[in-house]
Design a protein around this ligand. Structure first.
Ligand code: SF4
Length: 81
């Protein structure tokens, strides 16, 4: 018996999305339930942080606040060959 394209999500292999998935472009709605097109267990993807395939959330990027004196940096660069 062949399974129609989207019917695979309702076979029990795929778990519904969780609250944190709301807004993601990978969500697919089948029979009034929402599933992830990429992962079968969305809750597991959020267990250790942000889901790495989420399209609506990105991890915060830490930027350094160390200031470099351009004159000293130039002199330092000239000294190295
Ligand atoms: S890709 Fe990640 S955030 Fe998006 S629906 Fe799937 S599990 Fe949720």
């Amino acid at each position: 018996m062949a399974i129609a394209n989207n019917q695979i999500y309702t076979t029990g292999v795929f778990s519904p999305i969780i609250d944190k998935c709301d807004g993601c472009d990978r969500i697919i709605e089948v029979e009034s339930q929402k599933f992830c097109k990429t992962y079968s267990a969305p809750a597991a993807k959020w267990k250790i942080g942000i889901c790495n395939f989420a399209t609506h959330a990105k991890p915060a990027v830490l930027t350094s606040t160390i200031k470099v004196n351009p004159l000293k940096a130039s002199k330092r660069a000239m000294g190295k060959k």
